[in-house]
Design a protein around this ligand. Structure first.
Ligand code: DHK
Length: 149
């Protein structure tokens, strides 16, 4: 059984589609999940969202034991959570930090990420299309990109 790719989403992303659409667009999180599963072409995906820091840490621990890769949009926890950073440090597989918006073009409070120093790669500013792009890049990195993905 292939080790699934964990796609973890942080606080307020459950409101995607209606939340500040001028920044985050009108695609809902459920639609983002469908885009990711389509991009994975059957490769196992675990797709979750929480507004609770401890829950995201628990899912990172689960991915440490059972996951082949992590794609995480920590949302606001990106700039506040050393605890999530410490959990991610323990993950030995590819780790992609993902943001819908280009955080580096926004206000200074969005510039210092606790996750970037422990991430394999950072994807920011591609909108919600960044998610399926990250999935294909992850499949390529873990060597399971389907022939005609
Ligand atoms: C989402 C959020 O909720 C913000 O707190 C981040 C990120 C940006 C995003 O662009 O996906 O700063």
């Amino acid at each position: 059984m292939s080790k699934p790719i964990y796609i973890l989403n942080g606080p307020n992303l459950n409101r995607l589609g209606t939340r500040e659409p001028e920044i985050y667009g009108r695609t809902t999180l459920a639609e983002v999940e469908t885009m990711c599963r389509d991009a994975a072409s059957g490769y196992p995906i675990v797709f979750r969202q929480s507004n609770r820091e401890y829950e995201i840490i628990d899912w990172v621990h689960e991915a440490i034991d059972e996951g082949g890769g992590i794609i995480i949009n920590p949302a606001a926890f990106t700039f506040t959570s050393m605890a999530i950073m410490d959990a991610l440090k323990m993950f030995s597989g590819p780790l992609f930090e993902l943001h819908i918006s280009n955080i580096h073009r926004r206000e200074p409070i969005y510039h210092k990420s606790y996750v970037s120093p422990v991430a394999t790669a950072v994807i920011a500013g591609l909108g919600t299309k960044g998610y399926p792009i990250a999935v294909r890049a992850m499949l390529d990195m873990i060597g399971t990109l389907p022939a005609k993905a």
